[in-house]
Design a protein around this ligand. Structure first.
Ligand SMILES: *Cc1c(COP(=O)(O)O)cnc(C)c1O
Length: 455
């Protein structure tokens, strides 16, 4: 099978293969990689997903992006190995559902991408007899998902930086109780400082010999696995043959999750509309309304902390899908097709007050437990229904994504609903495990010295 070329959204770097895009992360021109042509699935194949397990759908979807780059039996094995946990769909009312992406080993949707990306990287590194040092900055969920997914893999070492005071106890323990090839360092600073240290290391020629790579949300290896659960969710809930369709609501920060959904739609999934729900960082809904893009600087701190993003790192990809060009700083040199964007997407900003109200209401009215990120998604769905709901009957299928397990946010749930959410198996026993992590000042010279000495 012929390989698909991947282009950079900045259009200043040569096209690459999937393998190169995966191992590079970002393109040399600082753009993001996207497939030159998005492969399509026929309605018959999409229908056949109805009785396929999750890992087989993951195989069917990802093989199209990886064609000619990995033997199919190997890919089959990787998807089977990565997806061993449940993906529940919880009814709320009528045909409105919550898709719970919180059953993986670190209880956030980031497990879906990290587990697949880690295994793909290991496959290529073993082939090439190379090793890689992954540097990642985290505000909570990414670090633990990456650390868990790469834990114990050969040829890959992981260094995670986190802001000392900005992650919860549980989030920290999910990273610091691993050991082996995973090193965790607390930085005396904010998430942005951690991110800046990592970025500076990538750009430092004196560290090239360490084979640094990032596992952050711009890596194409994270995007492809995030297409799969949109197909999966529809396959479980669709009815009738030809003309059922779905409206998704996606709580969004860096827009990696919603880009997976967009790709699914471009591949042929019958999505009527995407609701892109953001917290008080409202740069995207404003852009959709006005066509003018302004980052929120500094980003606003909301209780849906994993979505405190003032300039979504995947936005350049979305703009590119609509024919525009946005660089890594957010400058638009070619405007996207806003009319089509407005037809396919609906975006809304949800306040912390509304997020809390939503957690309370869905619990009281529907006995459905949401955490702050999922609540932003559900509140976005409600806002959409209020705005444009008149045109849909109760037969319209809606699916809102819950991106983390409520037990990751016990303080918020306790304050609002006065009980502690039950721990999923993946979080049990965490309290008793031994932690190990380093401390470092927010100082690049010290960080660099550490990397050179240790790796
Ligand atoms: C990362 C994260 C998000 C945001 O996902 P993006 O792909 O960055 O839009 C939402 N919820 C949770 C719990 C997350 O960890």
């Amino acid at each position: 099978m012929e390989q698909i070329p991947y282009y950079s959204t900045n259009h200043q770097s040569p096209d690459v293969t999937f393998r190169e895009a995966l191992l590079l992360g970002q393109a040399p021109d600082k753009g993001l990689y996207l497939p030159m042509e998005i492969p399509r699935l026929s309605p018959e194949v999409i229908y056949s997903f109805i009785n396929k397990p999750y890992h087989e759908i993951a195989f069917e979807v990802s093989r199209l992006f990886l064609q000619g780059e990995i033997p199919e039996d190997k890919l089959k094995q990787i998807t089977k190995d990565a997806y061993t946990y449940a993906v529940p769909l919880e009814p709320v009312y009528e045909r409105k559902y919550i898709l719970r992406l919180d059953q993986g080993p670190t209880a956030s949707f980031k497990d879906f991408a990290a587990r697949m990306m880690g295994r793909l990287m290991q496959y290529y590194l073993t082939l090439e007899n190379r090793s890689l040092l992954i540097l990642t900055a985290t505000s909570g969920d990414t670090g633990s998902a990456i650390a868990n997914a790469f834990y114990g893999l050969d040829n890959i070492k992981v260094v995670v930086l986190f802001p000392e005071t900005e992650v919860t106890n549980r989030q920290r323990k999910q990273m610091t109780t691993l050991g082996k090839n995973v090193e965790v360092i607390a930085i005396d600073g904010k998430f942005d400082d951690c991110q800046a240290l990592v970025k500076e290391a990538f750009a430092d020629p004196e560290l090239f010999h360490l084979n640094l790579s990032s596992a952050n949300s711009i890596n194409i290896g994270r995007l492809v696995p995030q297409i799969v659960y949109y197909f999966y969710a529809f396959s479980r809930l669709r009815k009738g043959l030809p003309d059922d369709d779905v409206i998704f609501s996606v709580p969004s920060g860096n827009f990696g999750d919603m880009m997976g959904g967009m790709m699914a739609m471009k591949m042929g999934l019958p999505v009527k509309r995407f609701i892109i729900a953001v917290n008080e960082n409202d740069e995207f809904p404003l852009y959709m309304k006005t066509g003018e893009y302004r980052k929120v600087e500094p980003s606003r701190n909301c209780i849906s902390s994993a979505m405190n993003v003032g300039h979504p790192s995947n936005l350049a990809r979305l703009v590119s899908l609509y024919g525009g060009v946005m660089d890594e700083k957010g400058f638009i040199s070619k405007q996207a097709g806003l009319e089509l964007m407005q037809k396919e997407l609906y975006s809304v900003s949800i306040s912390d007050k509304m997020t809390r109200q939503t957690i309370q209401d869905t619990w009281e009215k529907h006995n459905v437990l949401l955490e702050p990120h999922g609540a932003v998604g559900w509140a976005g769905l409600n806002a959409f229904l209020e705005d444009e709901g008149g045109q849909f009957d109760k037969d319209q299928l809606f699916i809102s994504l819950e991106t983390a397990h409520p037990a990751k946010f016990p303080e918020e749930i306790q304050a609002l609903l006065h009980f502690d959410p039950e721990l999923p198996p993946s979080l049990q026993g965490l309290e008793e495990k031994e932690e190990a992590f380093g401390y470092m000042k927010n100082d690049y010279a010290a960080f660099k010295r550490h990397l050179v000495e240790r790796y």
